[in-house]
Design a protein around this ligand. Structure first.
Ligand SMILES: [Zn+2]
Length: 467
């Protein structure tokens, strides 16, 4: 995407977000149901506009809102995130409420096909915006809002750290507007659950002849993961329990910068899913997966892959290997091979390492003190010379060692940020890494990070030319 394209896009998205906020302020602070309907229509119009802009400016592939029927009484609204409506004779149960910009349309389209009844339960798989964002549209007087007991705390920390986390997220999800919406139904963090479910327990209820089991599944996305199991239909509503793709190697914990996720708990939860023997998995992203055998095989492979990586890390730690050695050495064996588009094995290695050993790797005394390595980079440049260091980096690039080159260039650019040859070498090293990432795992986080760094380097090169 060109620079002017990206600026235009951001302006448009920002405009749409601002408009949504205004709509939210005008209508949603009044909780009267007629006003709410007006608000939903306005929100839908703004959501359509935001989608159109995101697509026209190729910010991301927007999955359009549509409705499909899972069976006679289960309906799914598709979108960037899905929403499920299970219609019983005694009321409707909603699982996950989607992203705020698509939720109004998802709700309207579900209501066109499903019987018009009160919403008795809203079950939220976790506190992320793309699963809980549409809750204000669905909540009615008397609706039970069911979450994990950790949901309020997860929502609290994500909200409190939003100013920090939002900027990190924006580097990885460049279609996000520049700042988070602060008011109205777009704002994050206002879901108040009425029913809490604890780990290693479940919420079981029967309604209009349908049996529901809300099952916590610790270890997946955050500490507040809930899933829904319909034992008679043998359908497992997974939320993000498997991540966005099925099957995939999971994000043991994410580089976006959230709290630790626990690998062994995740393995136990995968065993819990296997024991259910689902015939259909309905995730909250992308399409349902059908077939008992297939599901059993794939879930087993995910479990065994996580167990394998975990055990290899622990073994390496005991043998005295460094985290870097293990990041380099540990690979999934062919029979456990899984997509790494979302979670990457070498990062899982590091996550598991730090989950057990925490921040102090006992490799250097300097880890203990507040003086970073970069404090002496300028001295190194003075001693060795920026040109000589850049030449060394170029030699590394020529011999296929782009990360070595980046280490050297960090030293050079810390003291001489506009050194052209160093900036050009950095761009080259990043482009090699990008090409490798595309050819190897196509991990979406890695691709977006590298693209961000290349864009930044290009900007600096542009500025250094202007000087
Ligand atoms: Zn999600």
């Amino acid at each position: 995407m060109s620079d002017s394209g990206s600026i235009r896009t951001r302006t448009v998205i920002l405009g749409a977000a601002a408009l949504l906020v205004v709509v939210g302020v005008i209508f949603f602070l009044v909780s009267d149901s007629a006003q709410k309907a007006v608000s939903a229509r306005a929100a839908e119009a703004v959501g359509n506009y935001a989608e159109k802009m995101m697509e026209e400016n190729s910010i991301m592939e927007v999955i359009p809102v549509d409705v499909r029927q899972i069976n006679d009484y289960i309906f799914q609204a598709t979108g960037i995130s899905n929403t499920v409506l299970i219609s019983t004779q005694e009321g409707n149960v909603v699982f996950d409420t989607g992203l705020a910009i698509q939720a109004a349309k998802q709700k309207r389209m579900l209501e066109e096909v499903a019987p018009d009844q009160p919403v008795t339960h809203i079950i939220l798989s976790h506190s992320h915006q793309d699963h809980a964002g549409g809750t204000p549209f669905w909540a009615e007087e008397g609706s039970e809002i069911v979450t994990h007991r950790q949901f309020p705390e997860e929502q609290r920390y994500l909200k409190q750290l939003e100013p920090y986390l939002y900027q990190r997220n924006r580097l990885l999800f460049p279609w996000m507007p520049e700042s988070p919406p602060e008011v109205g139904f777009m704002a994050y963090g206002h879901v108040v659950p009425t029913t809490l479910v604890d780990d290693y327990s479940s919420l079981v209820f029967e309604q209009g002849g349908v049996r529901f089991e809300v099952l916590p599944m610790p270890g997946a996305e955050g500490a507040d993961n809930l899933t829904l199991w319909l034992p008679d239909e043998k359908i497992f509503f997974a939320g993000d329990f498997f991540g966005p793709y099925f099957p995939q190697f999971p994000n043991i914990f994410t580089m976006r910068g959230e709290k630790f996720r626990k690998p062994i708990e995740y393995i136990e939860s995968l065993n819990r899913v296997l024991a259910l023997e689902p015939e259909m998995v309905v995730p909250s992203h992308l399409d349902p997966v059908v077939g008992r055998e297939r599901i059993r095989e794939e879930v087993t492979r995910i479990r065994d892959a996580v167990q394998y990586v975990h055990d290899q890390v622990v073994k390496g730690m005991i043998e005295g290997k460094t985290v870097y050695q293990l990041m380099d050495e540990i690979h999934l064996p062919p029979e456990l091979d899984l997509s790494q588009k979302h979670g990457k094995v070498s990062w899982a290695v590091r996550s598991i390492w730090e989950y057990y050993a925490t921040w102090f790797h006992m490799e250097s005394t300097t880890e203990l003190y507040s003086v970073p390595r970069s404090a002496v980079y300028a001295d190194l440049v003075d001693t060795a010379g920026a040109d000589r260091l850049t030449q060394k980096a170029q030699e590394y690039i020529a011999s296929g060692k782009p990360v070595h080159a980046l280490h050297v260039l960090e030293v050079t650019l810390e003291s001489q940020p506009n050194h052209r040859a160093a900036l050009e070498a950095r761009r080259e090293a990043l482009e090699i890494l990008l090409a490798r990432a595309k050819a190897e795992t196509a991990n979406s986080y890695e691709l977006r990070w590298l693209n961000h760094r290349i864009e930044l380097t290009n900007q600096q090169l542009g500025e250094s030319r202007a000087q």
